[in-house]
Design a protein around this ligand. Structure first.
Ligand code: 2BA
Length: 109
């Protein structure tokens, strides 16, 4: 078995969970935040049979869009008299960051 571990945008998480649970996949959603943007995102984990991995990834791809997010850089420090003009930056986020991890054991007790 494999653990499919997907970091997705909050905007996509609901539809993705619906699409997976409708097909009988068991999933867990964890509310997480990205280290770069410091904004909330969602981590979806699901233990699946090896032969289901590509199908699950295809469902993730189908339900997660790329988006441009605006971020305003925060100054790390400033000299007296200096001023900082916070020009917004744009970064492309998603569709999803997916890790596939070998699962040693899976039990429902
Ligand atoms: P964040 O860390 O908030 O990153 C959001 C987006 O900012 C990233 O989108 C990427 O486009 C950009 N970005 C991240 N780090 C950057 C850097 N050092 N310099 C320039 N731009 C940077 P995605 O790549 O689609 O990632 C979306 C979220 O997935 C990330 O949110 C993070 O929570 C997670 N993630 C991505 N790669 C990861 C990795 N290698 N390990 C763990 N989590 C990861």
């Amino acid at each position: 078995m494999k653990l499919v571990w997907a970091i997705v945008q909050n905007e996509d998480a609901g539809a993705l969970i619906d699409a997976l649970t409708k097909r009988q996949y068991r999933i867990t959603r964890i509310n997480t935040a990205g280290g770069f943007l410091r904004q909330g995102n969602a981590t979806i984990i699901s233990a699946v049979e090896d032969n289901q991995v590509e199908y699950v990834i295809a469902i993730i791809e189908e339900n997660c869009q790329k988006r441009i997010k605006e971020v305003v850089p925060v100054p790390l420090g400033s000299e007296p008299g200096a001023f900082f003009v916070p020009y917004p930056m744009h970064v492309e986020v998603g569709g999803a960051t997916v890790f596939v991890i070998d699962l040693w054991d899976y039990r429902r007790l």
